[in-house]
Design a protein around this ligand. Structure first.
Ligand code: GLN
Length: 451
């Protein structure tokens, strides 16, 4: 009830929820009370959570923050949210995001932008929460929920976590089932937890993760006790500092935070090693080819026939065109156009195929680095949260904000963001740790030292 009241009071301003589900929450809470009274109840029993509105929730509207799905009520539940419910989680509602998870500011939502609960020290300007899981990050940071689900295709858990001063984990590709998650770029999409501490993230991840026969890319490896990994420490751990991430022109405050992180890990007993990921500079262009190609294919299904909004016209093609013209926002249309372009005959070899090859090189970079080190430490994003009015008008400038997060997504390796400090304007900054396939525990152990 306290959380429902907080949402009532604060979310008019933050706009972190697209759909509130107080009745569902009260029902789940009642069942949690009963389970506790019987001496049962999982680790999440009665814990108030928010769900990114990209996860299908049976009987509860699921919009992907798009007009084209604004009336879609799924007849089935995503595996991740089913797992959280099984462990007693209480769902307060569906959280705002960039439309179809495409963006880094949460300003592309058809349901309006999300405001970051943090403010600059010296101004009252509205700040972006980052994106695409901006509603999840803002709701957690404001204390409206204790944890939230996010999805990360190229940084959408890590960057908003950093912008809102919370923790977030993008697990190894295949760790959490994609079943019932609205697809953006299927070879990159991965669900993960967002919460105030890594301990809370670890508890959530244990519940969300696991093999699922309904997702062909789900991996059948046992789910460890992630929480137990937190206290392991970093004595003897080898932490790599990828030299290509030292961008020229990197904000000196971000650089200073990175140095601070290195010092903290060293003090705690880690060994710091200089490493090279030589193909890093191809990460962004590769990501924005692969992700958009897959998006153009995935979004072909929104044709006005099977889902959501339909604009009736006299001909079938006319209906498709009118439905998609009215249903998708500008950023989504831009991506469908670019994705279709790089897949079209004549350009497929020059762009898409080449990007796939570079993707393999990027993965090999990580594999070689992980022969020498256990984890990599980098900043999460090249900036802290900025004002709604400061969002660059050139989309390419916005894409640049993903420079540190996309390589791990392309390689499929796990990565997390921990809140590590504030910049001189008083907004949070995050540090990123990247690890070997399925070594989320090592990330948690190292991340806990930085919290
Ligand atoms: N910001 C990136 C993009 O716009 C990542 C989005 C995501 O991870 N879903 O594509």
């Amino acid at each position: 009830e306290a959380h429902l009241e907080a949402i009532e009071k604060l979310d008019g301003r933050l706009n972190s929820f697209i759909t509130r589900t107080p009745d569902l929450a009260r029902e789940q809470a009642r069942r949690a009370d009963e389970a506790l009274a019987r001496g049962e109840g999982g680790k999440l029993c009665g814990i108030p959570l928010g769900i990114k509105d990209l996860f299908a929730t049976k009987g509860t509207r699921t919009t992907a923050a798009s007009r084209i799905l604004s009336n879609f009520i799924p007849p089935y539940e995503s595996t991740v949210t089913a797992n959280l419910q099984k462990d007693g989680g209480v769902f307060l509602g569906k959280l705002n995001l960039d439309e179809f998870a495409m963006g880094s500011t949460n300003l592309t939502s058809a349901f309006g932008g999300v405001e970051n609960p943090w403010k600059y020290r010296d101004s009252d300007a509205r700040l972006v929460p980052g994106g695409s899981s901006g509603g999840s990050a803002a709701a957690v940071a404001a204390g409206l929920v204790l944890g939230a689900t996010g999805t990360d295709t190229g940084g959408s858990i890590r960057q908003p976590a950093a912008f809102c001063g919370i923790a977030g984990i993008k697990p190894t590709y295949g760790r959490c089932s994609r079943f019932g998650t609205v697809a953006f770029a299927s070879s990159l999409d991965q669900a993960g937890p967002m919460a105030r501490t890594l301990q809370d993230c670890a508890i959530m991840l244990e519940s969300m993760a696991g093999f699922d026969p309904k997702d062909a890319t789900s991996v059948d490896v046992p789910v460890p006790d992630y929480e137990a990994a937190l206290g392991r420490g970093v004595k003897g751990m080898r932490v790599g500092i990828p030299r290509e991430y030292r961008l020229t022109g990197l904000d000196p405050e971000i650089d200073a935070l990175w140095e601070q992180g290195i010092a903290w890990l060293k003090e705690a007993g880690a060994e710091i090693v200089d490493v090279s990921l030589p193909h890093t500079r191809y990460g962004l262009p590769t990501y924005y080819i692969v992700a958009l190609a897959e998006a153009s294919s995935n979004l072909a299904r929104y044709d006005g026939v099977r889902f959501g909004e339909r604009q009736m016209r006299d001909t079938l093609d006319g209906m498709y065109e009118a439905t998609r013209a009215a249903g998708f926002g500008d950023e989504v249309k831009r991506r469908i156009l670019l994705g279709t372009y790089v897949l079209s005959s004549g350009y497929y070899d020059a762009y898409y195929l080449r990007a796939q090859k570079v993707r393999t090189l990027l993965r090999q970079d990580f594999q070689q680095a992980f022969e020498k080190v256990d984890v990599l430490l980098t900043p999460t994003a090249p900036s802290g949260a900025f004002g709604w009015d400061e969002k660059p008008t050139d989309p390419i400038q916005v894409y640049l904000n993903d420079v540190f997060t996309v390589p791990a997504s392309l390689a499929g390796v796990p990565a997390l963001s921990v809140p590590a400090g504030l910049n001189s304007r008083g907004v949070p900054l995050g540090l990123q740790l990247i690890g070997r396939d399925f070594e989320e525990e090592t990330l948690l152990a190292a991340g806990h030292v930085l919290e």
